[in-house]
Structure formats: C-alpha cells, structure tokens
Design a binder for this molecule. Sequence first.
Ligand SMILES: Nc1nc2c(c(=O)[nH]1)N[C@H]1C(S)=C(S)[C@@H](COP(=O)(O)OP(=O)(O)OC[C@H]3O[C@@H](n4cnc5c(=O)[nH]c(N)nc54)[C@H](O)[C@@H]3O)O[C@H]1N2
Ligand SMILES: Nc1nc2c(c(=O)[nH]1)N[C@H]1C(S)=C(S)[C@@H](COP(=O)(O)OP(=O)(O)OC[C@H]3O[C@@H](n4cnc5c(=O)[nH]c(N)nc54)[C@H](O)[C@@H]3O)O[C@H]1N2
Ligand SMILES: [Mo]
Length: 692
Amino acid sequence: MSNILEVKTVCPHDCPDTCAMIARVQDGKLLGVRGNPDHPVTRGYLCCKVNHYEERVYSADRVLYPYRRVGAKGEGRFERISWDEAMETIVTRWKEIIARYGAEAILPYSYAGTMGIVQMSACDGRLWNRMGASRLLRTICSTAAEAGYDYTMGWSGGIDPESLTYAKTIIVWGMNPASTCTHQMAILREAQKRGATLIVIDPFRTRTAECADWHVQPEHGTDSALALGMMHVIFRDGLHDEEFLREYTVGWEALRERVLKEYSPERVSQITGISAEDIERLAVTYAVQRPSAIRLGYGIARNTNGGMMVRTITCLPAVIGAWQELGGGLLLSTSAHFPLNMKAVKRPDLLKGNPRAVNMNQLGEALLTLDSPPIMALYVYNSNPAAVAPNSNRVIQGMLREDLFTVVHEQMWTDTARLADIVLPATTQMEHMDLHTAYGHLYVQLNQPAIPPLGESRSNWEVLSELARRMGYEEDCFHDTAEDIIRQALQSDHPYLRGITYEYLLEHGFAKLKTPSDPFAPYLHGEIRFRTPSGKIELYSERALRDGYDPLPAYTPADETDADAQRYPLKLLSPAAHHFLNTSFANLERMQKGEREPRIWMHPQDAQARGIGDGDWVRAYNERGEVWLRAVLSAEHVRPGTAWSPSIWWHRDSPGGRGINALTSDRLADMGGGSTFHTCRIQVEKSEKPSS
Ligand SMILES: Nc1nc2c(c(=O)[nH]1)N[C@H]1C(S)=C(S)[C@@H](COP(=O)(O)OP(=O)(O)OC[C@H]3O[C@@H](n4cnc5c(=O)[nH]c(N)nc54)[C@H](O)[C@@H]3O)O[C@H]1N2
Ligand SMILES: Nc1nc2c(c(=O)[nH]1)N[C@H]1C(S)=C(S)[C@@H](COP(=O)(O)OP(=O)(O)OC[C@H]3O[C@@H](n4cnc5c(=O)[nH]c(N)nc54)[C@H](O)[C@@H]3O)O[C@H]1N2
Ligand SMILES: [Mo]
C-alpha cells in the first residue's frame, strides 16, 4: 500500500459541480479516483460518469500519437507521424493560408472539453488573438440564458447553491440536476429534508421531477407565460413586495399592469396546459412559503424563445423580494463571482483589428458559405463539433471540403477527429496541470497532474504555445508554463481572493472565495449594486427595447416556422443523457450500458397513431436528416406531441451512422446568438434498425 500516491485533482468537465477529486496512483498508473470528502460540495462522492475515470483515461479510443490522414477525407485512415512533422505541416499550411487569404481564413473551434483556466481560457485567447484568426462566438451552451438574465439583472451572478438548504420553496426550472449535476441535487434533497417543497417545472418527467414534491409539466416553450401567470396571481392578491419593488427595481408598475391585463390564470392555462388552479397554487406557494429560490437551468434556454423565457423567469424573485433572504433568490450560474485576472490569462491586448466573428452554432454554414475569405483551416480542441453542433449533416459536409485543412487535437478518436487531416494526441486532466473556477459553486481549485502523459500526448497549452513560437510570435506569454498562467490568474487585489495563492492551493487543493458571507447571498450586503444601467433590477428594460425586444417580459411562442408543422408534427427535446456528458463518456462501455441504446420517449397516443409499440425501433426525421431510436412509450413522461431523447450518442455508435444532431436546427435563439437544440420538429415512423 505504501507506494500508492494520492494526488489532488479536479474534474475538468462541463458541469456546474466541478468536483474535487483524489486520484490514486501506483507506479505512474492511475488506479482510480474518488470524491474529496473535505470538499463541501463534492462531499466525498462522484457522479456515475467520473467515478471510473481510469476507464476513460485508458480507453481504447485514446489518441496517443500524432497522425496524418492517408485515406479520403472522413474515411478514417491515418498514419503515425512525429510531433515535429505535425507541427511543421501545420505551421507551413497556416503561413500559406495567411499569406493568400489573411488570418481570418483560420478558424479555431473549441468549447469546454476541459474548463481549466490554462487548458481552456488561455488557449482560447492568446494565440488566436495574436494571429487575428476569425473569432469564434462560443454560443452553444449558455449565451441565450446569460443574455436574458442580463437584461433583468445586469450580469449573471446568482446565489450560492450552499444557501439553498435555507430555502422553504425551491423551483427547479428547465433543469435536470439529478442527471446534470448530482451534487446540486444533494443540496436540494437536504433542503427537502429540512422541510422545503421541491417543485420541478419541465415538459418531461426527468429523474429530478421524480424526486420532487410536485412536478409541473407545461407544454414545451411556454414558461414565460407560466411565470407571467404567477406574477398575475401575486400582484392580484397583494403578495408582491412593494417596498423592494419601489426601492430596487425599474418598471414594476408597467409589469403589474401587463400581467394583470394579459396573463390571467385562465389564459395562461390555455397556453401552458397547466390548470388555472395549479397556476394559482404555484404562485401562492412561491410567494408565501419563504425563503423561495429558483434553480434555473441552461437547458430551457436552448429554444428560439429561450432568452425571453430566462429574462421573464429572472423577474420573479424581484416581484416577491426574494433576493433579500438567505436561501431566497435565483441561481443560474456562480461563475461571474470569480474575480480572476482573466485579462492576463486571455490577453485581449494581443488582438489587433477586429476579425470577423463566426457563431459556433452555424459551423456547417460557415464552412460551406463564408467568403472573403472562406475558412481554409479549422483547428479543433476541447470540442467534438461533428456530433455536438446542430445540423450535423451540414457540419460534416463542411468538414469534408477537400480544400479545408483541419487539425483536431483530441483525447479520443471522436467523430470529429476522424474527419481531420492532422490528429494530435491530448493529455487528460490526470496528465496536466490546471486551475478551475466553477459555475455551480464558489471554490477555486488546483488540479495537479497525477500520472505522466500517455503515449506522446501533450496538453492544449503546450501545443498552442509551441505553434505560436513556430509561427514566429515573440511575445513572452508564449513561453509561460501552466504554473505561470495560474499565478497570473490569481494575481488580484480583490478581497474574494485574499490568501488564495498558488502555494495555498498546492497544499489544500481548493479554497472558497472570501465572500462577505458564507453561504453567499450576493444581494444581502448592500455592497453589490445591480449592474444594469439604472443600478436596479430592470423589469422594464430600455436596453432590451433598444436591442429590438419587448422592454417588458412577455410570452413569445417558440417560432417553429422553419419546419412544416404538418409534415413534422412532433416537438423533439434532446437534452443531457444521465450517463454521458455531451459526447464525452459516450464511447465507454459502462456508460453505454447505462444509457442502453439511443432512445426516444413518446406519448402512447402519438405512438399508436403511427403503429409504434413500446420497444420498437423508429426512424425520426425532418428536412435536415434522419436517425434511428428505440421507442419508449409513457403517458407520464411526456405530453402528447412532444418527444424526448437523451443525448449525445456518437455518430459512430448510432444505428444508421447519425446521432441526434442530424435533426437539430442551426437557427439561433432570440438572444445571445444561442443554440436552439430543443426547438426542433420531427416526424417519426416505425422502422427496422439499419445494420450499420
Ligand atoms: N449527465 C450529464 N450531465 C451534464 C451534461 C450531460 O450531457 N450529461 N451536460 C453538461 C452541460 S454542458 C450543461 S450546459 C448542463 C446542462 O444541464 P441542464 O441545465 O440540466 O440542461 P439539460 O439537461 O440539457 O436540460 C434540462 C431540462 O430542460 C428541459 N427543457 C427543454 N426545453 C424546455 C422548456 O421550454 N421549458 C422547460 N421548463 N424545460 C425545458 C428539458 O426537458 C430538460 O429536462 O449539464 C452539464 N451536465
Ligand atoms: N442535441 C443536443 N446537442 C447538444 C446539447 C444538447 O443538450 N442537445 N448540449 C450542447 C451543450 S450545452 C454543449 S456545452 C455542447 C458541448 O459540446 P463539447 O464541448 O464539444 O462537449 P463534448 O461532447 O464533451 O466534447 C468535448 C471534447 O473535448 C475533448 N477534450 C477534453 N479535454 C480535452 C483537453 O484537455 N484537450 C483537448 N484537445 N481535448 C479535450 C473530449 O475528449 C471531447 O471529445 O454540446 C451541445 N450539443
Ligand atoms: Mo453546456
């Protein structure tokens, strides 16, 4: 036993929990990981995905060496090359492309494969800023929600999840924490044990809904109406907090007038499918059984009306003055509370000029249609766009362009890596160093490497800083080590970071921000003004008006005009699968067993009308593509007209060779350039499963 080392690591994946892990290592081999019992949010356990991290680290799908494509594009035939040859090939091609088309012809594509300050943030900034490459708008996940929240609150800082145990009413709205962040779920369950009523608002009966005291199941995309109906009842019955509204908000009287006139429980019932009595009960519970908190997810925002839904829901706490109580308020994200020195990390000062921006939700379109200059080189890391971006067929068609030079830096032979010209091997979190903040708690954490890099793998920053040097960029920052970047990130006079140094984190692994209270209730202390132009919560927003939106919260139906509702009558939601993390983990046998098969939940009424029985294979299709899924029939889980498919299976592992995003649309949300995965129309028919 004595030669087993324990190393403090951090889960790097895109999840609010950002767990503190302890890796067990023997002779340079990872034996396993466990949750750090000292971390107040991780609490000594990990989710089902990360619990067997060694299976991911040593997966047969790992990319271990640099490769060059030898077959046709997308055929998947590669030969090993040296790092030196790979780097020279890339730099030579980039220089040619820059000379002929300009640097905007190069597009980096990345998201949150790791959320580290070094391996994500520094990598997303420095080189590409210096180069003047096309800027990637990283909009696939959170920007619609953040934009909606911002109109109301002026930024996105929410309450400390650890304060939720003080709440007596918690509404989990458009979020499925039992699957997407199990440690937030533990807090909600603790609150329930202390007497809180847990209400889940979701068109699907999720695992979270099954843990709730009450599942409110509205028609998909109608949540703004539901929130406005709640406000109607609250104002009508005098349950609003007039003192708070007068002091801290703008436009409350206009809002009151609107909801009293336009959003009666009867009308809202017609829109949402929730009975008027339930709307009344929901409103009264929320307003009276205090403190009241809302845990709002990003899932709900991935709709064509997602920004307005979030904008509207975010107005509710102000109406009842919920921000003034410990345990009250709203949590979308905590990430805005971390005062790291991100300018030093990302180096926006290196950017000269104003390169064009490409929305990552429209990658296929960009590759196929952008001109002056066209995209001639794509550099992918921390993401698997062939499978995660909407409208996959279009993305794949774009990546198959013969004249496009694609480099993919990956840990795994993903659908995207197989479409590359050059594939580079990436280290996992067990093999590199990083610093982490979180979007579901307030701890800063340091990840130390537990094992040496597998094969010839290298970290993102090692590769991108070397590419920068080989490009001839002479700035000092391209000589920084991971430790240098971490020290720069922590360099700040902000009181929240007092005592949180590199040395402290080396020893302790994590530290909670030194906020004025713990648990942190950001609007209880008077030192944070609301960050809107007026300094108040803007129920009426001049900014929204200027940007072309209704200045008041409103119900805007999901706009589904791109599909013929006759031909594609079913609404498809394809949110996070319990055992996968987007496409990460979806290649591992243990996780595939948990998820069983690509599946679609349907209402028995919709199935019967199509001759589909429980367990039948179906073909789901629209004008963008087709996928095969196993039908699960349930009258409790979905309303008639809606279908639900947990995502994201790899194309490689999907019958017919296409996963769910062959169906989803690359149309943008109403705000923030966000994705619209859940505004998707399909038709479904019974069909044999294709053999491939
Ligand atoms: N196991 C697992 N965990 C994950 C992920 C994963 O893929 N798997 N992904 C990670 C990432 S990147 C993110 S961003 C988060 C996302 O985590 P969540 O915010 O929980 O998002 P989703 O699970 O995508 O969607 C949540 C719910 O939104 C519902 N929804 C969709 N449209 C509407 C609507 O109009 N109204 C309402 N009320 N609900 C709606 C869906 O039915 C779904 O149950 O999870 C992270 N954690
Ligand atoms: N239908 C549907 N589609 C969705 C969603 C949905 O709910 N429904 N959710 C959307 C959301 S919320 C998001 S955030 C996106 C997520 O999209 P992505 O961020 O692309 O998420 P992953 O599928 O986890 O892919 C991350 C990839 O990064 C790689 N990686 C991890 N660490 C490193 C590293 O250190 N270096 C390098 N080079 N690579 C690394 C992993 O191996 C993995 O292949 O997907 C979106 N797509
Ligand atoms: Mo996400």
